[in-house]
Design a protein around this ligand. Structure first.
Ligand code: MD3
Ligand code: FE
Length: 211
């Protein structure tokens, strides 16, 4: 078979659900996100040690939020790093998505909201700041499409690339929970959901081990 750049032959444990949310559900979720961003504005995070700014802007909802800065690095905390206020509550719309997709008997604690403008990317990384790797990560994409890449659990292994469109969900569990992954490119003008363009990704996570 000839090699293809974009394909759906995904690693073990990656469940891809294209068009998981229809247009109406995407609009409803966007209404909830607008309210969250009003209370907890998107801010520009910085990388540990170097302080280099990330190209995405971020915020969170839930009891815990993922943050990064030069001094203290990657971590979860209960408050917004700029406003100092607690993160907004997880809306019912996101609780429902977690209940339906995670297959995990405890609620999500964090929803990281990433906003990508036309130039934003996210380098290959692992999500390993959580204490509970038994819970999956559930991802929802809204707005412009992106080229997403996922590999194995070791740096420098083979990766597969595929496109994530508005309304798509991805569930990462089992052996893929610690897979390297990243966003290589945003495809501008591929969705009309966000009037000014760009891409939103939501990642729902369990952070702590349940008692
Ligand atoms: C594969 N976000 O916030 S979501 C992140 O599109 C992050 O904004 C990307 O990576 C984004 O950490 C990708 C899909 C995703 C999330 C977690 C994963 C894929 C994953 C964990 C393991 C393997
Ligand atoms: Fe990630």
């Amino acid at each position: 078979m000839t090699a293809r750049t974009i394909q759906n032959d995904l690693p073990e444990g990656v469940r891809f659900l294209p068009d998981y949310l229809d247009g109406v559900a995407q609009e409803k979720l966007l209404t909830d996100i607008r309210e969250m961003v009003r209370v907890a504005p998107l801010y520009t995070p910085a990388m540990p040690r170097t302080g280099k700014k990330m190209s995405v802007t971020m915020t969170n909802c839930g009891t815990l939020g993922w943050v990064t800065d030069k001094e203290r690095g990657y971590r979860y905390q209960t408050t917004h790093p700029v406003t100092g206020k607690p993160w907004p509550e997880m809306p019912a719309s996101l609780e429902r998505i977690w209940a339906e997709l995670a297959g995990y008997p405890h609620p999500a604690e964090a929803c990281l909201i990433n906003f990508y403008d036309a130039e934003a990317k996210m380098g290959l990384h692992q999500d390993r700041d959580e204490s509970d790797f038994d819970a999956p990560v559930v991802s929802i994409s809204l707005g412009d499409s992106c080229l997403f890449r996922v590999g194995g659990t070791g740096r420098g292994g083979k990766t597969v690339s595929f496109r994530l469109n508005s309304g798509d969900a991805v569930v990462l569990s089992g052996s893929s929970r610690l897979a390297y992954h990243g966003v290589d490119k945003i495809y501008t003008d591929t969705s009309t959901l966000l009037k000014n363009g760009g891409r939103i990704n939501l990642t729902l996570r369990r952070v702590t081990k349940p008692a």
